[in-house]
Design a protein around this ligand. Structure first.
Ligand SMILES: [Zn+2]
Length: 144
């Protein structure tokens, strides 16, 4: 199986955990040298913290595991396109590669802050995008 799909499935599993806990279903994993070093999901409700997005948790957890703040040798898989805040944080972390699923036309970084990632970060989008998008749509439909 394609590696990106394999890891994105892990991120989707995190997103489902988030939904079960009443959190907006966004999940992330960080992979470094063929190993998952962080698995996180959105925790804004649990922590009553608007900055507790999956990616922010992932950066902190991955840096903790690596014992260094830069993620230049890591790939972050996230189910939905990062917002400008998270993309900015990924820029500070000098992330090596970003892989995301569904586009977020309303809150995603690439419309509002396309230059905010680190210049060396490579980006792959649209991996299992339908699955990630469906999770979001279902979550918000149930909340209404
Ligand atoms: Zn974010």
């Amino acid at each position: 199986m394609n590696e990106d799909i394999l890891y994105m499935k892990q991120a989707l599993a995190e997103a489902r955990l988030a939904a079960e806990r009443g959190e907006v279903p966004v999940g992330a994993v960080v992979v470094c040298r063929g190993r998952i070093i962080a698995r996180t999901h959105n925790l804004t409700e649990t922590l009553t913290d608007v900055t507790a997005h999956a990616e922010m948790q992932a950066i902190t957890a991955a840096a903790g595991t690596l014992g260094g703040k830069y993620l230049n040798e890591c790939t972050l898989y996230v189910t939905v396109e990062p917002c400008p805040m998270c993309a900015g944080a990924l820029g500070w972390a000098q992330l090596g590669r970003l892989v995301y699923g569904a586009d977020d036309p309303k809150r995603g970084y690439h419309v509002y802050a396309p230059g905010v990632l680190h210049p060396k970060t490579t980006v792959t989008r649209g991996v299992l995008a339908d699955e990630a998008g469906t999770l979001m749509t279902e979550f918000f439909r149930k909340r209404r």
